[in-house]
Write a protein that binds this ligand. Structure first.
Ligand SMILES: [Zn+2]
Length: 80
C-alpha cells in the first residue's frame, strides 16, 4: 500500500521572499504543483500538512477541499 504524504507549500509574494507567504497550498510528497493546479516555487517554504488548521486565513480553499477528500480523517477538523 502506498502512503500519500501531503505537505503544505507556500505561495510567496512578488519578491519571492520566503517570509512573504501569500497563501498555503497542499502538494503531494515534494510536488511543485498544488492540488488546485497552481505551480509553486521549488524554494518556497514547506511545512507539515498537520499544520493546515493553524492559520486557516492563509489557506488555499481549493486545496483544502481536495485535501480533505484525499484524507478522509483529520483529527481536529470535523466541521466540513
Ligand atoms: Zn491551492
Amino acid at each position: 500500500m502506498v502512503i500519500m504524504i501531503h505537505q503544505m507549500r507556500a505561495e510567496t509574494g512578488p519578491t519571492g521572499a520566503t517570509d512573504s507567504v501569500v497563501s498555503w497550498h497542499i502538494v503531494r510528497d515534494a510536488d511543485l504543483t498544488a492540488l488546485c493546479g497552481r505551480e509553486l516555487a521549488a524554494d518556497a517554504p514547506l511545512q507539515d500538512a498537520t499544520r493546515w488548521t493553524v492559520d486557516p486565513d492563509h489557506n488555499c480553499h481549493t486545496c483544502g477541499a481536495l485535501f480533505l477528500r484525499e484524507t478522509p480523517y483529520l483529527p481536529d477538523e470535523h466541521t466540513g
